[in-house]
Each structure stands twice: as C-alpha cells, then as structure tokens.
Design a protein around this ligand. Structure first.
Ligand SMILES: Cc1cc2nc3c(=O)[nH]c(=O)nc-3n(C[C@H](O)[C@H](O)[C@H](O)COP(=O)(O)OP(=O)(O)OC[C@H]3O[C@@H](n4cnc5c(N)ncnc54)[C@H](O)[C@@H]3O)c2cc1C
Length: 425
C-alpha cells in the first residue's frame, strides 16, 4: 500500500491551462502559499498569440482594431460577460503583470499601443491579437508595409501551405512570393513534425544549415516568413542569429495546434513558476474535494488519491470540454469536480444552432459557471457556493472566447480578479 502525502497551503489552483498558469503566477507574486494541479498538455494547443478582444459582435464578424473599445461595447451588449465584472484598468494590470513575467523569463512579447496587431494565419487569413510573440512581430510590420516578402513552408509539414497564404493575399500584396524547402536533416522523412526541428535549431550549425538552404530563394524579398519553428528556449535569440545570417527581418507564422509557441509558453511557466514559490503537481488530477471545518481537502492522484492538500481557498481553472472542467452527457452539461450548477440551454436540442457554421456561435459555447462579482461560482440558490471557491478562465459562462477572440485575456484577467478576491476575503 502506498502512503498518502499530506500538504497544507493557502490556495490550490486547479488547472494548468492559461487561466491556471496565470492564477499561479499572480498568487506566487503575492506570496500566497500555493499548490497548482493539472495536466499541462492543453496549453500547447494555443497559437502563442495573447488575444484580449478581437471580434464583437460575433454575428457580423466585426474585427476590433481597438480591443479596449471592443471590451466597452461587449460589456454594454453582453452585461453578463465575465469582462463586465472587471474594470479595464484591472484587465490592463493583469496583462502587464503576466507579460512582465514572460519577458523576464526570456519569452518576449510585444504589442501596439492600445491597438490589436494583425497577424497572418497558416490558412491565409488575418487574425487580430493584442500581445504578439516577438518572433512574429516582423510579420505584423511586413503585412502593414506590404514590402516584398517570401513565405516558406517545409516539405512534409502538414497544415501549413505557403502557396495558400500567398494566393489569399496576392492581389493586395504583389511582392509576396512562396517557396518550399527541405528542412536540414529531414530529407526523405515523409511527414515532419515541428518540435524536433525547433529543438534542432538550438545548435549554431543547424541554424547555419537552415540559412544556407533558405538563401537561394530570398532574391529581392525584404522579409522572410516561416512556420513557427525557431527553437523552444531562447527563440528570440535563435531568430536573431538566423536573421543576421540572412540579412533580412524574419518572422514566424502561427501553425495549427499543437504549436511551438504554445510549447514555449508551457515550458516557460513550468520552469519559472517554482521561482515564485508555487508547488506544482503537473500530470496529476483532482479526484475529489471534501470539507474539513472551514478548509477544503483536495484529493489528487492518477487512479487513486495519492496526496491530500488542505487549503483555505481554491481557484477552479479547469477549462471546458477539452480541459475536462465541463462534461456533457446526452441530457446536460456538468461541472466535473464540485458538480456546480452550469448555465446552459434548457433543452439538449437548443445546444446547437441549425447551421453548423452559424456566425453567432452555438449556445453550448456560452454554457459555463455563473459567478458573483468576486468570481465565486453560484450554487443552486444563487449564492456563492463557498466563501473561498473561485472560478477563472474558459469554464465561465456567457462568453465565447473562440469567436470573440478573447481567450488569453479572459483567462488572465479572471485569474487576476479571482486571486485578488481570495486575498480580500
Ligand atoms: C486550438 C486552440 C487555439 C488557441 N488559440 C489561441 C489564440 O490564438 N489566442 C489566445 O489568446 N488563446 C488561444 N487559445 C488558448 C485559450 O486562450 C485557452 O485555451 C483558453 O483561454 C482556456 O484556458 P483555460 O485555462 O481556461 O482552460 P484549459 O486550457 O482548457 O485548461 C484547463 C486545465 O484544467 C485542468 N483540469 C481539468 N480538470 C482537472 C482535474 N480534475 N484535475 C486537475 N486538473 C484539471 C486541465 O488538465 C487543464 O490543465 C487557444 C486554445 C486552443 C485549444
């Protein structure tokens, strides 16, 4: 029989997606004794772009250049949206604190002053986003100036076509060209995957080999764009080194998930959160939570409880269906750990609109937890389910982060509000 480990702390964060990582950072920065539990695999699905507010109203697909104006309009039109519970100055502070951490950890992010930047996507569309990885920023400039630019894809890489990107923009951007290269060391491999290619670029000789392969295609191009592949750690330095060898600004284009910029976020959080005093149980799940007096006892493990964590408070950042914070059977949507009430359409037949691609999005996408102004989930009588149980991120109701393009902003801002509310109570 294995022995159960017992731990005491102030706050348990359930979740290791963007909301859980942000909540752990904010708690660590405030010297709250924190334990984080969750599987870190979800974050690698993210594109690496940190959206604040990109589209509102979603019905018309109205792209927002000014995300702050977008938030103001969103809160006016959807007063139950989680953003409506947080003043814009606090949303701003939350982002700044998280970006300061990422930048200090070597994962550099940049933005326009108060404006969304426009970023090329691998399917040849343009996406508005707020904080952009430094390794993608030259692409924002290239798109703004429309100077001659070469987009390069990699033989054997699925889901990224330089030809498709160029054909989407050719009429607006005449100097845009494309090429396909064999990535050094991956000849005759059939399908190639980005992670080993990215890791290989940690070595200077691999960077030289890549520059040698790219050079003949460059001709009069003033910018060079490639799928996001320029290393996992020190990506900015790796990109700068290849830029020096090539003599032109280079930029990364986000790829389909799983993505290298998502992996960079994951590794940055994983290696740097412990310096904030956060104790982590990654790759473990919360199997149940009980009360002992005023404290929660959180059971974590793989197949049976291995550790019991006694804590004063919990931030529930367990995500939606992908993260497994919500689950659905044929009749209803449930919250998986506490069985908290989930706001959802009255009938199963109302979960989805008739048209799969309805631009308004499906009601099921706006299902989730309803909270009070301190981000405490409500119980069936409409009161806070517990004084010190908070929720953050995509598990919250009345938002459709994917269509509204506010995923990271929602996760970061609500995590910030939840951690500060824990301190206040
Ligand atoms: C395909 C894709 C593309 C994206 N692109 C963008 C983008 O371009 N811009 C942007 O800003 N954001 C993007 N995102 C990220 C998006 O912002 C976040 O996924 C979203 O904010 C939700 O984050 P979350 O932390 O709330 O939930 P999730 O990321 O789903 O994380 C939930 C976490 O809870 C954990 N969990 C659940 N149940 C338990 C349990 N019982 N015990 C322990 N842990 C548990 C899971 O293991 C997981 O770690 C993208 C995400 C995806 C999936």
């Amino acid at each position: 029989m294995t022995e159960t480990l017992n731990i005491d702390c102030d706050l348990v964060i359930i979740g290791a997606g963007m909301a859980g990582m942000a909540a752990s950072l904010f708690a660590g920065n405030r010297n709250i004794e924190t334990v984080q539990v969750g599987i870190t695999s979800e974050i690698i699905f993210a594109s690496g772009l940190l959206d604040l507010m990109g589209v509102h109203p979603v019905e018309g697909g109205t792209t927002r250049r000014d995300p702050w104006q977008g938030i103001e309009n969103l809160c006016r039109d959807i007063p139950d949206h989680p953003y409506a519970k947080i003043p814009p100055t606090i949303i701003h502070d939350a982002f700044e604190e998280l970006i300061a951490f990422l930048n200090a950890s070597g994962l550099v992010y940049v933005r326009h002053e108060r404006q969304n930047a426009l970023v090329l996507t691998p399917i040849g569309t343009i996406k508005p986003s707020y904080f952009i990885p430094r390794t993608m920023w030259n692409g924002v400039k290239a798109l703004e100036t429309k100077e001659p630019c070469l987009i390069v894809d990699i033989e054997g890489l699925k889901g990224f076509s330089a030809r498709q990107i160029v054909s989407s923009f050719k009429s607006l951007w005449p100097g845009l060209g494309h090429a396909t290269i064999t990535f050094p060391g991956s000849a005759n491999q059939g399908e190639v995957y980005l992670e080993p290619l990215a890791r290989s670029l940690a070595l200077p000789q691999a960077r030289k080999a890549l520059a040698d392969v790219l050079r003949p295609y460059l001709k009069d191009a003033r910018f060079l764009g490639m799928p996001a592949v320029f290393g996992i750690q020190d990506a900015h330095k790796i990109l700068s080194d290849i830029e020096k060898r090539m003599g032109v600004p280079i930029f990364e284009i986000p790829t389909m998930p799983p993505s290298i910029p998502g992996l960079r976020l994951k590794e940055t959080f994983e290696s740097n959160l412990p310096t904030k005093g956060v104790r982590r149980f990654f790759q473990k799940r919360v199997m149940g939570v009980q009360m002992e007096g005023k404290k929660f006892v959180v059971q974590i493990g793989d197949t049976s409880p291995e550790t019991l964590i006694k804590t004063k408070g919990i931030v529930l950042a367990s995500g939606r269906f992908l993260g497994k914070g919500l689950s659905a059977d044929r009749k209803q949507i449930r919250e998986s750990i506490f069985d908290l009430p989930v706001h959802q359409p009255d009938k199963r037949s109302e979960w989805h609109c008739y048209e799969f691609l309805d631009p308004a999005g499906h009601p099921v996408n706006r299902a989730g937890l309803v909270t009070d102004d301190r981000f405490r989930p409500l119980d069936r009588s409409g009161n806070a389910a517990h004084d010190r149980l908070f929720a953050a991120g995509s598990i919250l109701a009345h938002q459709d982060w994917m269509r509204q393009k506010c995923g990271s902003g929602l996760a970061i801002a609500t995590a910030y509000a939840a951690v500060n509310a824990f301190l206040d109570i």
